[in-house]
Design a protein around this ligand. Sequence first.
Ligand SMILES: C[S@@+](CC[C@H](N)C(=O)[O-])C[C@H]1O[C@@H](n2cnc3c(N)ncnc32)[C@H](O)[C@@H]1O
Length: 207
Amino acid sequence: MAYDSKHTEILAPEVWYNKTKDEYKKYWPHLNSFYSLDFNRFVPRVRNDYWVLDLWAGDWRMYEQLKKINPDGYVACDCAKELLKNHPWRVKKVVCDLEKSWPFDDQSFDLLSAFFLLEHIENIDHFFEEASRVLKDNWQLLIGHFLQRRLFTWAINGERFKIQQFPHTIEDLEEAAKMQWFRTWILPLRDVCDTKTITWHLLVCEK
Ligand SMILES: C[S@@+](CC[C@H](N)C(=O)[O-])C[C@H]1O[C@@H](n2cnc3c(N)ncnc32)[C@H](O)[C@@H]1O
């Protein structure tokens, strides 16, 4: 078991996120300060048979946003089985550890969504290799990434935990994406409640 300097326990993501299955929604307002982004206008959708892969999908927070682009198929994957179960029945759910080989065929998705998760991943080169493999040519990977200043403390029923994290910068991610021949754009995003402060970045990667 690991602890920080204030004796707060640091847990592996799988352990912690499974515990949050009924509580994760409490954090939606914080995470949804991102709502200013209208995916419907932002993401190209110009053909049939349009498949979305929501990586590290958590509960159905991202599905709420991405369903507006009306994909033909939506796959949500996560290591936390209990959290994943919260998605509606029409979403295909896959439990897997994405630090290992991804259980998806080559070139099988038009859009990969990866929001607020790369801080949990140690090997970002493996992430971009696998993303490039499963994405169809000319299509997009969208990454939402927090500006990390310190480990966020979660609290549920009086228990306080931190989650194991790796402090990748948005520039680290862009460099790793370019190594896999993605074309990249970084958009700084402001919190809707505090428009002066940049709190996350969107990294758009086109294969
Ligand atoms: C902060 S949540 C983000 C969830 C969702 N993308 C969102 O924006 O609301 C991070 C998610 O990553 C998942 N996760 C962390 N490490 C993982 C791994 N190695 N493989 C699969 N999922 C992982 C966690 O279970 C959790 O659901």
